[in-house]
Design a protein around this ligand. Structure first.
Ligand code: PML
Ligand code: MG
Length: 285
C-alpha cells in the first residue's frame, strides 16, 4: 500500500517585509487546489490600495507523512461580555490574574501593549515567560506556528454552529481557534493573547487551558492597524522543544473538547462545542 501524504500549506503576504496577512492549513492532496485558491483570494484586498511596490505573497507547501500527524480536539470557546475597550481590558486583566503568578498581570499587559500593540505587526508571535522575561528566539520576527489544520467537516460544523453566535464571515475566528488550539496543546504554554492586525477587526482573544479560547470584543479601537500574538510560557520551558512543537509537529484538529470542565468567570459565556455526535470524515481513532 502506498504511504498517504498530507501537505502543510503556509501563506504569507507582506509589503517590503511588513507583515500583512498569513494563513495555514494541513490537507490531503485532493484538497490542495481548493485551499490554494482560497489563500490566493486573500491577496486581492491588499492590492486595492495601490501600494508601491505591491505586496508579495509567499506560499510554502511541505509534504507530511499521514502517519506523523497527531489528531487532537480544538479548545472549547467562551466569549467575554464587554461593551468597550476599557471593559475588555479589565476583563482580560481578570483572566490573566487567574493564570499568571501573583502580581505579574501588569508586566504582561505592559509587554502586550508596547511590543504587540505598539509595534509594526510581526511575522510570528513574541514569546515571554509568565514572569515577564522576554525570550529572544530567532530575532524580532517572532515564532510562527505552522503544520496545523482543521478537518473540513469540522470547520463546516463549526461554521454552522457559530452562525448563531458570531458575525459572518467567521473564517478568521476559526483560523485563530485552530492556531491557538495548537499553541495551547504544548504543555510549555500558559496563555496566548492576540489582537488582530487588521484595522477593521477589533475582536481578539486570550486562550488558555482553564478558560479555553476566550473571544474578546473591543480588544482594540476600530481603525488601528497594529496587533499580533504574545505567547506566555512557563519560566521552566525548554525553548527548542517548544519551537519544534509549534513549527514542526503536524496537528490536525478533528473534534472539539467539551466546555463542561472549563473554569467559569462572571464576564464569560460558554459557546456550545460542536457536539459529541459529530464525526469527522477523516477521523481514524
Ligand atoms: C488575526 O488577524 O490573525 C487575528 C484574528 C483574531 C480572531 C479573533 C476571533 O474572531 O475570535
Ligand atoms: Mg492577521
Amino acid at each position: 500500500m502506498t504511504e498517504e501524504f498530507y501537505f502543510s500549506i503556509r501563506m504569507r503576504i507582506h509589503q517590503e517585509g511588513t507583515h500583512l496577512s498569513g494563513a495555514e492549513d494541513l490537507v490531503p492532496a485532493r484538497d490542495l487546489d481548493h485551499v490554494l485558491s482560497s489563500f490566493s483570494d486573500r491577496l486581492l484586498p491588499h492590492l486595492l490600495n495601490d501600494a508601491i511596490p505591491p505586496p508579495q505573497q509567499i506560499v510554502t507547501i511541505d509534504p507530511v507523512p499521514g502517519k506523523e500527524i497527531r489528531r487532537k480536539p480544538l479548545l472549547p470557546v467562551q466569549f467575554m461580555e464587554s461593551l468597550s475597550c476599557d471593559e475588555s481590558e479589565i476583563g482580560l486583566r481578570e483572566i490573566l490574574d487567574c493564570l499568571l503568578p501573583e502580581g505579574k498581570t501588569e508586566r504582561i499587559m505592559e509587554i502586550f501593549k508596547q511590543e504587540i500593540m505598539g509595534n509594526l505587526p510581526r511575522h510570528g508571535a513574541l514569546i515571554v515567560t509568565s514572569l515577564g522575561e522576554p525570550i529572544l528566539a530567532e530575532g524580532d520576527s517572532g515564532i510562527r506556528t505552522t503544520h496545523v489544520g482543521c478537518e473540513p467537516s469540522l470547520r463546516r460544523a463549526l461554521e454552522e454552529m457559530l452562525d448563531n453566535y458570531l458575525e459572518k464571515p467567521n473564517h478568521r475566528f476559526i483560523d485563530a481557534l485552530v492556531l491557538a488550539s495548537k499553541v495551547l496543546a504544548s504543555e510549555s504554554v500558559v496563555a496566548e493573547i492576540c489582537a488582530s492586525d487588521d484595522p477593521s477587526y477589533t475582536t481578539g482573544y486570550v486562550a488558555s487551558r482553564p478558560f479555553g479560547y476566550v473571544r474578546i470584543p473591543h480588544m482594540k479601537k476600530a481603525g488601528y492597524g497594529r496587533g499580533g500574538r504574545l505567547y506566555v510560557v512557563f519560566p521552566t520551558l525548554h525553548l527548542r522543544t517548544l519551537i519544534n512543537e509549534l513549527r514542526h509537529t503536524p496537528v490536525l484538529f478533528d473534534r472539539q473538547s467539551s466546555g463542561s470542565l472549563l473554569t467559569s468567570h462572571p464576564r464569560l459565556r460558554l459557546i456550545p462545542s460542536v457536539g459529541d455526535d459529530f464525526h469527522s470524515e477523516g477521523r481514524t481513532e
